[in-house]
Write a protein that binds this ligand. Structure first.
Ligand SMILES: [Zn+2]
Length: 386
């Protein structure tokens, strides 16, 4: 028993030191060894040893010399971005997007590949394998892993996608295990609202914010909640499905099988559907944004209806979870900056005043692409949750 403990403890310590070093660089940007020692409180020799192991594992890269006020100048260390890369894929109902990034989370601007969302599960696996292969070949770097964001209910225990109301071809499928087998690559599937929360925590306006909510209105309506610094998952990871709460008793059919769900009236897709029906032609959200900006499309009634329902959804989140910040991720507000002010006014009428006074409502800065990449980086480096 004692021997097991004495063997286990040094490796546990090594792991903790590694996480602390990586987390310090993640939070502060490039640091010298002396700065890592100051930031983490780990002893100098241990930092030197840990950094050497991380350099050897290609998780860190050494950069320029930095002057130190306390001693000799030292080379700065950053999360590796030249010799290694990770990939991220965002699954949306119509299209999927693949990007590559360094371990610093910086997406390579020239790496975006977009492809139609395959209509069968078998084609999903095939298309992903083809795109990942092409992207890896193109970058000519060592690809360490793949993060994939998916819409829908993802079981936290067996990682099966139980139901995806707008991408039914992945219902019931163990996408993570199947991709891992097909690609031979570390793969992580992450629910898209959770991915948005992670992107905002690591690279956006939620750094060091321990209570916030993320409303994703882009294709369906998703909700991520960070409370007391922890991601609210529920018993099996299915918490946060605000989009499938009935708000119109006899409303439109929803992808989940119910009718009149919040996402059928308060999302970019709902808005595009309403406008397309009125003008008798299918318009994408990009086309709507461009047409409204150019003054070629008047859609006040549809925007007004969507904002009314969205305000009700926001009021639910603020009244129930009391977040310090509430982020909104969606395209509708790109059409006209005044729309967001209108939403705030409508929200004010629906929300309990003290809860609203406590909460800042802002647009999300992060993206699902960043979330996909951030999730796999965290897994590969063993960095703790921010
Ligand atoms: Zn629904």
């Amino acid at each position: 028993m004692k021997r097991t403990q004495s063997r286990a403890q040094p490796s546990l310590l090594r792991e903790l030191n590694t996480r602390q070093v990586l987390s310090a660089i993640q939070a502060c940007g490039p640091l010298s060894r002396a700065e890592i020692t100051r930031q983490t409180g780990i002893s100098g020799p241990t930092v030197t040893r840990t950094v050497s192991a991380l350099l050897e594992a290609n998780l860190l890269e050494e950069g320029d010399l930095r002057q130190s006020p306390l001693g000799r100048p030292g080379r700065v260390l950053s999360l590796a971005s030249k010799k290694v890369a990770v990939l991220g894929i965002v699954v949306e109902p119509q299209r999927c997007e693949l990007v590559s990034a360094g371990l610093d989370g910086q997406i390579h601007a020239d790496s975006v590949r977009s492809f139609a969302t395959p209509s069968t599960y078998a084609d999903f696996i095939k298309a992903f394998a083809k795109q990942v292969k092409a992207a890896s070949h193109e970058r000519q770097t060592n690809v360490l892993g793949l993060g994939v964001t998916v819409p829908g209910l993802l079981n936290r225990w067996d990682k099966r996608i139980l139901v995806s109301p707008n991408v039914h071809q992945i219902d019931g499928r163990p996408l993570e295990a199947d991709l891992q087998k097909e690609l031979g690559l570390d793969t992580l599937i992450v629910q898209e609202s959770h991915a948005l929360c992670l992107a905002e925590q690591l690279y956006g306006a939620a750094q060091a914010v321990s209570d916030f909510a993320m409303l994703d209105i882009s294709s369906g309506l998703g909700l991520g909640v960070i409370t007391g610094g922890r991601n609210l998952l529920g018993h099996s990871g299915l918490a946060g499905e605000l989009g499938h709460i009935t708000v119109e008793l006899n409303g439109r059919p929803c992808g989940c099988g119910n009718r009149g769900c919040l996402e059928t009236v308060a999302s970019d897709t709902a808005l595009a559907t309403m406008i397309s029906e009125r003008i008798g032609r299918t318009l994408s959200m990009d086309e709507i944004v461009a047409a409204v900006q150019a003054g070629e499309l008047q859609a006040d009634a549809e925007f007004g209806r969507m904002l009314e329902y969205l305000a009700v959804g926001i009021a639910v989140v603020i009244n129930v979870f009391n977040p310090q910040k509430l982020f909104i991720y969606g395209r509708a507000f790109d059409a006209d900056p005044r729309l967001f002010d209108r939403l705030l006014e409508l929200t004010r009428r629906r929300t309990l005043p003290p809860s609203l006074a406590d909460c800042e409502i802002i647009r999300a800065r992060g993206s699902k692409k960043q979330g996909a990449v951030a999730a796999i980086i965290q897994q590969l480096t063993g960095m703790s949750e921010p």
